[in-house]
Design a protein around this ligand. Structure first.
Ligand SMILES: Nc1ncnc2c1ncn2[C@@H]1O[C@H](COP(=O)(O)OP(=O)(O)OP(=O)(O)O)[C@@H](O)[C@H]1O
Ligand SMILES: [Mg+2]
Length: 345
């Protein structure tokens, strides 16, 4: 089969098959789009291309003669399910029949209700009094409440608190929030751009600034705040796994004084148990308590803008439920088929 025919054949296949052919043959093929993948496959050695043709023939016996378009469409249909509805001229020309009210139902400001801490929040607050704590709980579930209660406990016992976030913008937001809650004289901020009330008992800073303070302390230049430091809160602590900045979180955890309690907050640590074990191993004088809460208080919905200009659910079930699996909404499936079909014609 010549390159031109092979190209036509590859073009007619879903990209997942192309990745199968590329596996072990093309470095980092998973980063490539369909066109780039095909270019790379065609640039392989004649022997490698022969092997790919053999694999193709195993999937479906293929003619080595140049193909007429109709033949390609035939092969295409053996790999692709055909759109069930009649084809419009352009994808998305048809409007989906979706009930928008149902889709957006429940979104808005909730009714006022008395604040009752959840059991996991209470457990976390109890645990931080005597151990390091990792809180792994979904977005919007109330990790800040745990942080503020822990801050109150620390300040009440005359300790200082450092609260770090990975972003200057988040640090600024927390500075405003905590200033309202604890009073402006109680809160300070230290970021690359800003230095206000640096001797306050509660200091907000980026994790890099804290790491630098801890570095200075190891080189015999202890910052006065470290003598009274009772609690360090690392918000968004999943940054520990960040390929570039993760080392900053790692060094901060390693260099943190052993008598200082650590509170790590995150919605997306994949291996919190492993992290808890590691923390215990590097801080043998302190146990580490893992608080894991998986139930979402704020449901997650997948919605996208349909080419016809309407909001459409991505999945069959309106709310995405963890570990329940999901199926695409019939309208989404239809649209995908339409796009795949269109991309080949
Ligand atoms: N026990 C509770 N009952 C009802 N609402 C709560 C409770 N705890 C916290 N909240 C509210 O939930 C909202 C989200 O809380 P918060 O900002 O702490 O989320 P988070 O867990 O830090 O999320 P993220 O991962 O996005 O940072 C806030 O408005 C907060 O007041
Ligand atoms: Mg938060």
């Amino acid at each position: 089969m010549n390159d031109e025919n092979l190209k036509l054949k590859l073009l007619s296949l879903p990209v997942k098959y192309l990745h199968q052919f590329a596996k072990g043959r093309i470095h980092r093929h998973f980063r490539l789009g369909k066109r780039q993948l095909i270019d790379c496959l065609l640039a392989l050695s004649p022997d490698q291309k022969k092997a790919i043709v053999a694999e193709l023939q195993q999937r479906a016996p293929l003619s080595t003669k140049p193909e007429a378009e109709s033949t390609i469409a035939q092969h295409h249909s053996s790999f692709y399910p055909q759109p069930s509805s009649p084809h419009p001229d352009s994808p998305g020309a048809t409007s989906p029949s979706i009930n928008l009210e149902d889709l957006l139902e429940g979104i808005g400001v909730p009714e006022h209700a008395p604040f009752i801490p959840d059991a996991w929040q209470r457990h976390a607050i109890e645990a931080i009094a005597h151990s390091d704590v990792i809180v792994s709980a979904p977005t919007g579930s109330g990790k800040t409440f745990v942080a503020t209660e822990a801050i109150k406990q620390a300040i009440a016992s005359n300790h200082t608190v450092i609260y770090t976030s990975p972003l200057k913008a988040l640090s600024n937001t927390k500075y405003m929030e905590f200033s309202q809650q604890f009073g402006t004289d109680q809160v300070g901020i230290l970021t690359g751009d800003r230095r206000d009330n640096a001797q306050a008992p509660l200091l907000i800073m980026t994790t890099e600034i804290l790491r630098n303070i801890l570095y200075d302390a190891t080189s015999g230049d202890p910052d006065l705040r470290l003598h009274t430091l009772g609690l360090v809160i690392l918000d968004e602590s999943q940054y520990l796994a960040d390929p570039e900045r993760g080392v900053v979180w790692e060094e901060t955890l390693i260099l943190c004084p052993p008598d200082t309690r650590l509170l790590l907050l995150s919605a997306s640590i994949g291996n919190p148990q492993e992290l808890a074990e590691w923390l215990t191993s590097i801080r043998p004088s302190t146990s580490c308590h893992l608080i894991r809460h998986t139930k979402r208080s704020v449901p997650l919905r997948g919605i996208y803008l349909h080419p016809a200009g309407q909001l459409v659910p991505l999945f069959e079930n309106r709310d995405i439920q963890q570990r329940k699996g999901f199926r695409f909404h019939p309208e989404t499936k239809r649209l995908f088929k339409e796009y795949e079909f269109k991309s080949l014609h």
